[in-house]
Design a protein around this ligand. Structure first.
Ligand SMILES: *[C@@H]1O[C@H](CO)[C@@H](O)[C@H](O)[C@H]1NC(C)=O
Ligand SMILES: *[C@@H]1O[C@H](CO)[C@@H](O)[C@H](O)[C@H]1NC(C)=O
Ligand SMILES: *[C@@H]1O[C@H](CO)[C@@H](O)[C@H](O)[C@H]1NC(C)=O
Ligand SMILES: *[C@@H]1O[C@H](CO)[C@@H](O)[C@H](O)[C@H]1NC(C)=O
Ligand SMILES: *[C@@H]1O[C@H](CO)[C@@H](O)[C@H](O)[C@H]1NC(C)=O
Ligand SMILES: *[C@@H]1O[C@H](CO)[C@@H](O)[C@H](O)[C@H]1NC(C)=O
Ligand SMILES: *[C@@H]1O[C@H](CO)[C@@H](O)[C@H](O)[C@H]1NC(C)=O
Length: 234
């Protein structure tokens, strides 16, 4: 009988070890290894971000929510969250004092632009390959410093509000390729780009634009500020 209990305790101990080993490296760990700015991942599969990292690569790890370490690191300037499963992102994802310059959110499942506080100061924002179908002025909250806004491959078809890019006077590059845009006008007029005085590049290929010949668009395309305009391919 005593032998039985010794064996039972031994077996339980081995089982306990096995369960722990499984926890130390869950399947999610795979993607955290050898990435810029990380030291592997914790037991839950979240990446451990270096406290002094300015740049972190968190691409292709299949996150469906923001990794917790992101919100504790104040030094981050460039964050790559490309190819994950994020459905929404807002300022709670990042440290409130972090000065994010480059944010790559391409190929996620976002249905809205990320909503930031003005402190985020994102300058380069890549949202290619998400599911943002409508641009609404509210969604541009906190993106007043954006210089490059890339919204290719989103199924975008509507713009609600003429003052859409009102506060984005720093905008230099706007890319809207491969969407379903038919018009920029709201109720017959468009002031969409009126404050985008620094806009130098506009990419509109593979849309369904009906107003390609309207004066405002032609005027914008011929503007002396522009250095590069892609031919509008239907
Ligand atoms: C992410 O999901 C895709 C599709 O299910 C899979 O092929 C890939 O291996 C996953 N990546 C990681 C790091 O788990
Ligand atoms: C990480 O890099 C080290 C050294 O370059 C290598 O030995 C190891 O296999 C890599 N791990 C993964 C998961 O790619
Ligand atoms: C983010 O990572 C993807 C692939 O892992 C890469 O193609 C892309 O260039 C990176 N983005 C930035 C801004 O470096
Ligand atoms: C921010 O995003 C998180 C996670 O997606 C969500 O739970 C929270 O409600 C959002 N906060 C605001 C103010 O939108
Ligand atoms: C997103 O756009 C940025 C800025 O143009 C670029 O550096 C990055 O590589 C792009 N990401 C992907 C996945 O192409
Ligand atoms: C973004 O956040 C601001 C401030 O918290 C709020 O007023 C605005 O309604 C939000 N926009 C969206 C689309 O949630
Ligand atoms: C467009 O017109 C409709 C109907 O008159 C009105 O309700 C809506 O607010 C207008 N939209 C804008 C952005 O002016």
């Amino acid at each position: 009988m005593e032998l039985f209990w010794k064996n039972a305790v031994g077996i339980l101990f081995i089982l306990f070890l096995m369960v722990n080993l499984v926890h130390v490296c869950p399947r999610k760990c795979v993607g955290c290894q050898n990435k810029t700015g990380t030291r592997g991942c914790d037991k839950e599969g979240w990446p451990l971000i270096d406290a002094d990292a300015n740049e972190v690569d968190l691409s292709s790890i299949n996150f469906s929510s923001c990794p917790p370490d992101l919100s504790t690191n104040v030094n981050l300037e460039k964050v790559n969250l490309s190819r994950n499963l994020l459905k929404s992102v807002n300022y709670t994802c990042f440290h409130k004092d972090a000065v994010l310059n480059v944010l790559d959110l391409s190929y996620n499942l976002l249905t809205k632009l990320p909503n930031f506080t003005s402190g985020a100061e994102v300058q380069i924002l890549n949202l290619t390959g998400n599911q943002i179908v409508e641009l609404n002025p509210l969604y541009l909250y906190g993106l007043s410093k954006v210089r490059q806004l890339i919204l290719d491959d989103n199924g975008l078809d509507s713009f609600s509000g003429n003052e859409l890019l009102q506060d984005t006077d720093m905008l230099e590059i706007l890319s809207l390729r491969n969407n379903k845009i038919t018009t920029f006008a709201v109720n017959g007029t468009s002031r969409l780009l009126i404050n985008a005085v620094n806009l130098k590049e506009l990419y509109l290929s593979n849309n369904m634009l009906l107003d390609r010949n309207t004066p405002w668009l032609l005027g914008a395309l011929n503007s002396k500020f522009w250095t590069s305009v892609e031919p509008i391919v239907q």
